[in-house]
Design a protein around this ligand. Structure first.
Ligand code: AHZ
Length: 305
């Protein structure tokens, strides 16, 4: 196939100016200086990205589920939900350039990741190897867990991840029973969201969905976003605030507390610790996995009601 045929919407006057050669001219030869790439034009590269990005954005303006935050809780939710329900359009919004949240390291910049049983079931589902230490298992590098989970999530055709994009606000509406519910999210490029104080008003875009999962982590520059917004919107009286570290209390509290905190909004992961006043667990990740999976169950309960 000739390369000019790839970009069918490209006007001939632009696409054929410099492009000579075909994909078949590419040669993979590592023995000397004979390696040759198939030719390409700069415009093709830009169009390949831009068309996909904006088509996706256009299509996902109405989603079935939005997951805010691609940390261990948000990604576990995404995998659990999207793999079981390929019919759902699941859109993940991540403020950071790199998805994965705090799950690239185990703790104190050390690499091994500890996961308490029974959350090791999820590792087997994903195919992540581990060492069994009795009541818990250890993955040799947190990045092995996170990169595998990310690749499994992104390979699912019904999942879209928009990183470098921040949720700036929640959309609310009044349902048929006169009750206020969350009905979507307000988004902006993170670099814009971080500069609202230095520029004149830069309005956002929106994504509507019947269910939003918020998993933005504990308080920080961006963290606990929805929990804090629920307070300023008057849905939640005050934050419980995350308590000190207690592994045995915190992990079951987070998993069992994962729920629809207000209609249309399911809260998961460490954001819940800020909302409910639960303990932190430090570097044990079973609670995040369990919370993400429970959030997926909550979403299905809401959608199937
Ligand atoms: O960038 C954030 C991170 O990747 C993202 N995020 C936060 N606010 C956002 C916003 N819009 C879009 N407004 C936003 N994205 O959310 C992700 C949260 O991931 P995380 O790893 O921080 O949280 P988690 O709840 O998935 O995992 C927590 C892991 C922790 S913290 C902890 C302790 O402190 O004791 N222990 C564990 C296991």
């Amino acid at each position: 196939m000739s390369l000019t045929a790839v970009e069918t919407s490209t006007p001939a006057s632009e696409s054929t100016l410099r492009l000579v050669g075909k994909a078949e001219d590419a040669v993979e030869d590592y023995t000397g200086s004979g390696y040759r790439f198939a030719p390409i034009e700069e415009a093709q590269v830009s169009r390949a990205m831009i068309r996909r990005y904006f088509n996706t954005m256009y299509e996902r303006v109405v989603s079935d589920v939005v997951i805010v935050g691609a940390g261990s809780a948000g990604l576990s939710c995404a995998y659990s939900l999207a793999s079981r329900r390929p019919d759902l359009k699941i859109t993940i919004i991540e403020a950071n350039v790199a998805p994965g949240g705090g799950a690239w390291l185990g703790g104190q910049l050390m690499t091994a990741m500890v996961i308490r049983k029974p959350a090791d079931n999820f590792l087997r589902e994903l195919g992540v190897p581990y060492e069994d230490e009795g009541n818990f298992v250890v993955v040799k590098h947190a990045a092995l867990f996170t990169s595998t989970l990310l690749s499994r999530v992104l390979a699912l055709p019904n999942v879209v991840l928009m990183n470098a994009t921040a949720v700036e606000d929640l959309i609310t509406c009044t349902d048929f029973e006169g009750q206020q519910r969350v009905a979507g999210v307000v988004t902006n490029w993170t670099l814009v969201a971080l500069n609202h104080d230095t520029q004149s008003c830069m309005d956002p875009a929106t994504i509507t969905a019947p269910v939003i999962v918020t998993a933005t982590g504990h308080d920080g520059p961006m963290g606990a976003f929805s929990a804090k917004r629920l307070v300023s919107m008057g849905f939640t009286k005050e934050l419980g605030n995350m308590r000190g570290l207690d592994m045995n209390r915190s992990e079951p509290a987070i998993v069992n507390g994962t729920r629809e905190v207000i209609p249309g909004l399911v809260m998961a992961g460490m954001e819940l610790a800020e909302h409910d006043g639960a303990n932190r667990m430090g570097p044990t990740f079973g609670g995040m996995i369990g919370s993400g999976i429970k959030a997926a169950h909550e979403v299905l309960r809401i959608l199937d009601a």
